[in-house]
Write a protein that binds this ligand. Structure first.
Ligand code: DUC
Ligand code: ZN
Ligand code: ZN
Length: 485
């Protein structure tokens, strides 16, 4: 009889704060011991030369989701989770998305029923709230938060999703009072629709005009407004998929002022630019996402934000649509930029891209890499220390990472169903050799070992915030008595 189920021997363990040589012993799906000479095990994996990372946590991905314009993502919970696993991600948080008129309870039930038989990695759901009725705010949302759905996204843009500032304040107050986290898509809808109309009137319908219609100003204005709304009611807010340098500046300033503001960015804002939307014919449609990729100076600002504390979370915002009538080109091969489904795939390459170009090129330490891709999202969304950590007692979710493995990205290498990758042709150094979820080896020798439906739903506990400690007289948003709201 062995002491443990599995020992990972001889690797370098990397957490968000340190790196050290140790073996990891796993029993019943959890990390049971760290150290040397740990004993016997049913299986021993030689991790010599490898980094032993906590499995990635992708806190923003659209999987088996119907968009507000009624287009389904190309990935279901099986292909999406398999693709995530091959990239070293062992936990993901897709969305249970409310369309107007729907009950949140029904939305959650539907997402659960779809995901449970398919996911090969562990999961939790963020809600998307597009219809904050009195029933939703007063009954459904508080009850769902109690049931472990402790995070939700709201939109300031998209005609069928956007809520106004009053509604945002309502949602923020529910989050604050019941211990949830609000995420916000911050772009000014009127600015976008005003520019779009003028462009289309003048015959500018090509994909590249998607970027023109979503200027940095639309993002930075909405980001600053969202921050002020959260400040008014003294609660947490996470700004998702930040692309504009001015929006990043606003987040950093808010954080430096002691506000509970968090920032997220994604690979598309480090590796793509608006020029990609101007590729031949409809090729540019592959790169249409919102906010859009910016320019090289913008990329540099986002890299800085990953280093200087602007961003705590690096997610994929995986939103896969195929280049056909099922997805990007629902309105035909000559669709205008307003009609092209928004989103790019990225679940599988999130970690390899950031490792190769961030850690490999000296822009980030390997510990910062773990913080951004695993530990911080686990903390912010109530999954830590079970996920995102290598502590004894944590789930044994590991990516055994070969920092020297160099591969050229081609879509054939990947496991999602988007039909293309925006990162085609890049050479990346650093990929996972083994991926382990709760002690089960789910990827090994470039092959999947996991069974459909073997991922687990992760229950989360609401976290009531401590009141802010800023002095009211220093904060004009609070000196009239935010505690009354
Ligand atoms: N923008 C979003 O807000 N969600 C999905 C994809 C995108 O581009
Ligand atoms: Zn969004
Ligand atoms: Zn998104």
């Amino acid at each position: 009889m062995s002491d443990y189920d599995l020992i990972v021997r001889g690797g370098t363990l990397v957490t968000a704060s340190e790196s050290f040589a140790a073996d990891i012993a796993v029993k019943d799906g959890r990390i049971a011991a760290l150290g040397k000479e740990l004993g016997s095990a049913g299986r021993i994996i030689d991790a010599g030369g490898l980094l032993v990372l906590p499995g990635g946590v992708d806190a923003h991905c659209h999987v088996e989701q119907e968009s507000s314009t009624r287009i389904w993502t190309a990935d279901d919970f099986y292909s999406g989770s398999v693709s995530a696993a091959f990239g070293g991600t062992t936990t993901f948080l897709p969305f249970a998305a409310q369309h107007r008129g729907q009950s949140l309870r029904d939305v959650v039930k539907d997402a659960q029923e779809r995901c449970a038989p398919k996911a090969v990695i562990d999961y939790a759901f963020h809600l998307i709230i597009s219809d904050p009725t009195a029933q939703v705010l007063g009954q459904e949302l508080p009850a769902l938060i109690q049931d472990g759905y402790t995070s939700f996204k709201v939109y300031m843009t998209y005609d069928q999703l956007k809520i106004d500032d009053r509604q945002i304040l309502d949602v923020l107050c529910v989050a604050r009072d019941h211990g949830a986290v609000t995420m916000i898509h911050a772009e000014n809808n009127d600015v976008i629709s005003w520019i779009s109309e003028r462009l289309l009137e003048r015959g500018h319908g090509a994909p590249k005009y998607h970027a023109v219609s979503h200027p940095r100003i639309a993002e930075s204005e909405a980001t600053s407004r969202a921050i002020q709304l959260a400040r008014l009611v003294d609660t947490k807010l996470l700004i998702v998929h930040v692309s504009a340098p001015e929006a990043a500046d606003a987040i950093l300033a808010a954080r430096n002022a002691g506000l509970k503001i968090y920032g997220e960015t994604c690979p598309q804002y480090l590796f793509l630019t608006a020029e990609d939307l101007d590729r031949q014919g409809m090729e540019g449609a592959k790169f249409c996402c919102s906010p859009p990729p910016r320019d090289e100076a913008g990329q540099a600002a986002i890299w800085r934000g990953l280093k200087n504390g602007t961003f705590q979370v690096f997610s994929s915002d995986h939103a896969p649509y195929r280049m056909d009538e099922s997805g990007k080109l629902k309105h035909g091969p000559k669709a205008n930029f307003k009609q092209i489904a928004n989103g790019v795939p990225g679940l599988e390459l999130r970690l390899p891209l950031l490792f190769s170009e961030g850690v490999g090129k000296g822009r980030l330490t390997v510990n910062e890499f773990v913080a951004l891709t695993s530990a911080n999202p686990a903390r912010i969304y109530g999954l830590h220390p079970r996920k995102g950590s290598l502590a004894v007692g944590a789930d044994a979710d590991l990516a055994l990472w070969d920092p020297a493995w160099q591969r050229r990205v081609t879509y054939d290498l990947l496991h999602d169903n988007a039909g293309y990758t925006p990162y085609e042709g890049m050479t990346l150094t650093g990929w996972p050799r083994f991926v382990i979820s709760r002690g089960r080896v789910i990827v090994e020798e470039e092959a999947l070992q996991a069974e459909r439906g073997s991922g687990l739903f992760l229950d989360r506990t609401p976290e009531i915030e401590a009141a802010g400690h800023r002095e009211p007289e220093l904060d004009p948003a609070r000196n009239f008595g935010a505690e009354l709201l």
